[in-house]
Write a protein that binds this ligand. Structure first.
Ligand SMILES: Cc1cc2nc3c(=O)[nH]c(=O)nc-3n(C[C@H](O)[C@H](O)[C@H](O)COP(=O)(O)OP(=O)(O)OC[C@H]3O[C@@H](n4cnc5c(N)ncnc54)[C@H](O)[C@@H]3O)c2cc1C
Ligand code: FES
Length: 246
């Protein structure tokens, strides 16, 4: 049971949705599948990664890109048809040094991950990448849960001008990390896994989801271990096993 409590704008075209739910446990990187409206158009549920989950409060960030997301952010508070949490999330390491690299709305699941890593005494260096300052959401929250936070924007309107991959490359020269976690545009994650080929990387992939529960194979990901379904074998994968060009 999910009850939508609020939908609040947190950046240009980005909304924070807060739900009350009776679900008590989840793993960062898992997603919920939201039914858009009460009719059949759009028919297919829309997947969103968990931005946070404490007790019976669950949050997601929704970026408006089309019909479904526009409808979801304007839904009135009340009961909402959601399934989840679904999928395989990130692994939570304890007492390590982790680098988190997010791009755009891909920063959303990394916030929940960073809170869980901090609780497990892992040192978090966070690289928050965005296209522009207007797209950055809830930066104070990221500041609070990171030991070190670096912000990059493509247009240089805030933080360092450039991509999060360039920032990751430059800090990985001086510091060593036990693990890298990433979520964002596929091209960003592909380049990151090429540049940091010596470090274990967990990447959360975005695919078009049909059923979201392993039935349609619409979310196939080519890996060195064969084709996998992003909705149930992922969305989090070992980045070095993903065949990014397929
Ligand atoms: C595991 C997973 C987690 C996700 N987490 C989040 C999240 O935390 N926050 C968030 O805002 N979005 C997230 N997404 C993406 C989100 O599900 C889509 O943006 C949404 O389904 C689009 O619905 P729509 O009806 O508005 O867009 P549509 O009208 O269906 O499409 C609008 C445009 O968006 C593109 N698009 C739609 N869906 C996808 C997709 N899955 N991948 C790439 N491009 C797409 C289409 O090509 C089109 O250009 C996630 C997707 C997956 C698979
Ligand atoms: S979305 Fe149907 S199998 Fe993954």
């Amino acid at each position: 049971m999910f009850t939508l409590l609020s939908s609040t704008q947190v950046a240009h075209d980005h909304y924070l949705l807060t739900f009350r739910t009776d679900i008590q446990s989840s793993v960062p990187g898992q997603f919920i599948n939201i039914k858009v409206g009460s009719y059949t158009d759009p028919l297919i549920r829309r997947p969103f990664s968990l931005f946070d989950h404490i007790g019976n409060t669950m949050k997601v960030i929704v970026r408006i890109v089309g019909k479904g997301t526009r409808a979801i952010v304007s839904t009135n508070p009340g009961t909402i048809d959601c399934i989840g949490p679904l999928g395989k999330g990130f692994s939570i390491v304890s007492g390590k040094k982790a680098l988190l690299v997010g791009g755009g709305v891909g920063n959303a699941p990394l916030y929940y991950l960073a809170t869980m890593l901090s609780k497990n005494n892992t040192d978090v260096t966070y690289i928050y990448g965005a296209r522009s300052q207007k797209d950055i959401f809830l930066l104070d929250s990221y500041q609070e849960i990171s030991n070190k936070l670096i912000v990059t924007t493509d247009d240089g309107s805030f933080g360092l001008k450039g991509t999060p991959v360039e920032a990751a490359k430059s800090i990985c020269g001086d510091s060593s990390f036990d693990i890298v976690y990433t979520c964002g545009p596929e091209i960003m994650m592909k380049r990151l896994s090429q540049e940091l080929s010596h470090i274990h990387i967990e990447a959360s992939l975005e695919r078009y989801f049909g059923c979201g529960v392993g039935l349609c194979s619409g979310c196939a990901v080519a890996t060195r271990d064969g084709y996998k379904r992003a909705c149930i074998d992922g969305p989090v994968f070992d980045a070095h096993t993903v065949m990014w060009d397929n």
